[in-house]
Design a protein around this ligand. Structure first.
Ligand code: AMP
Ligand code: GLY
Length: 413
């Protein structure tokens, strides 16, 4: 069968690799993909929904997998389903779990799902009322999609007022902002494959969001990830029973069953796991470390989601450790340098391409997060040593990467 993956980053490269490992997949297309991915898979730049539909019909595509949230939020999954295309992505309405933080919070509150206490406000003036309820630091978040730029942690009242004004003036903050209690603990990510009624979960993974070692510096789209996170296993049952089950039930009750991948961003606190955020898709870079460990056939899993046959499905995973280390362009996550030549010698780690383009002289950087190296080994230490050896060996002037991916200590409370 032929599949089409929508998206252009390292996550989509990892999704393509997962399909490539399936014996059922004969051809993999990406739109738009990128110049690095194009060395392995055919990349086709399809400009809009109509072009995607025409391509699917012309090439007899058996499944469309939508990688990022943006096209889902614009209704691509609904449009394709209306035209009888098999799609792996939730509907636009169900994706509100990611696209509207107010919606996600309302669902969680109504169904008793553990998350940070919050207030929803529409002007900075309302801040004073809710400041009495929360102690500092306090977390402010734009309601809508903000590409990772919608969260500000404030240490005092004056910075909270400034942050509220800044968020309210952004597009993502126009529908309002969330004022939230600051959660103490450590973070882990979990993917649930949901068919509307039932779900099956992945291994736990862990993103490293800050730019610098020891979790310092500005937030980024993610500078590296590891999988599995054994300390999180203690919490799997309660996460499934107290978060996933009620949320899927809630979405059914709302008349918008969740059919697709649900990403849980979790804080493991002394009181147990709490939801930081939901995403309506795989995380990036987490997908780059979770998917390489999946042993279950990826087409079979995707079909089970689409055909509502998740019940009873057991996933099998490699008994190994995966690490992804992102190489970013100098300046990222601020304005960054573009056009830096990239040369990859023979290395053991897999290169997952994100922000790259190509001209006559070869591959060049074109984005903030340029590529990631992924290594899978028997032990976490082996994987880490191998990935860093390879990172040193690649030729990419000024590459910015963290040296401490996978060195965090996660406490079981
Ligand atoms: P989000 O965009 O919601 O994933 O938030 C980005 C990052 O901000 C998260 O990965 C956390 O590290 C941090 N964060 C968000 N909400 C909270 C919270 N309530 N308490 C502590 N940290 C938070
Ligand atoms: N790694 C975080 C995200 O994909 O949103």
């Amino acid at each position: 069968m032929k599949v089409l993956i929508i998206g252009s980053g390292g996550r989509e490269h990892a999704i393509a690799d997962a399909f490539a490992r399936s014996s059922e997949c004969t051809k993999i297309y990406l739109s738009p993909g990128n110049a690095g991915i194009a060395k392995e898979y055919e990349c086709v730049p399809l400009a809009d929904k109509m072009q995607i539909l025409e391509f699917v019909q012309k090439h007899n595509i058996a499944m469309v997998f939508i990688g990022p949230e943006q096209p889902i939020s614009e209704g691509l999954s609904d449009f394709l389903r209306e035209h009888k295309v098999r799609v792996l992505a939730p509907s636009r309405a169900a994706a509100q779990l990611e696209t509207s933080k107010a919606f996600a919070k309302r669902i969680m509150q109504n169904y008793g799902v553990p998350t940070a206490r919050y207030r929803f406000i529409q002007s900075a003036a309302e801040l004073d009322f809710c400041m009495q309820e929360f102690s500092f630091p306090v977390v402010l978040k734009a309601d809508g999609l903000a590409a990772g730029k919608g969260v500000i942690i404030c240490e005092d009242r004056s910075s909270a007022v400034k942050a509220a004004e800044a968020l309210l003036s952004q597009k993502a903050g126009q529908s309002g902002i969330l004022v939230e209690e600051y959660l103490m603990g450590w973070e882990t990510s979990l993917f649930a494959f949901c068919d509307g009624k039932d779900f099956v979960t992945s291994l736990f993974s862990q993103d490293h969001k800050q730019l610098y070692d020891n979790d310092r510096g500005p937030n980024t789209g993610g500078m590296g990830a590891i999988c599995p996170i054994s300390e999180a296993e203690t919490y799997r049952q309660v996460i499934e029973d107290e978060i996933l089950s009620p949320v899927l039930k809630a979405m059914q009750n709302e008349g918008i069953p969740y059919e697709g991948i649900l990403y849980l961003g979790l804080m493991i606190t002394r009181e147990g796991p709490k939801v930081i955020e939901f995403n309506c898709r795989f995380g990036d870079p987490e997908a780059q470390v979770v998917l390489p460990l999946l042993q279950t056939d990826f087409v079979l899993l995707c079909n089970a989601v689409i055909d509502h046959k998740i019940q009873g499905l057991k996933l099998s995973w490699k008994n190994a450790h995966a690490i992804a280390v992102v190489a970013a362009a100098p300046g990222y996550p601020g304005p960054y340098t573009k056009g830096i030549p990239i040369k990859i010698p023979r290395i053991k780690s897999k290169v997952m391409y994100a922000g790259v383009s190509e001209d006559a002289s070869g591959l060049k950087s074109s984005g903030g997060r340029v590529l990631a190296l992924v290594n899978v080994a028997e032990s976490a230490q082996e994987a880490r040593e191998a990935v860093y050896r390879d990172m040193d060996a690649i030729d990419f002037q000024g590459k910015v990467y963290r040296k401490d991916i996978g060195l965090r200590e996660n406490q079981v409370f």
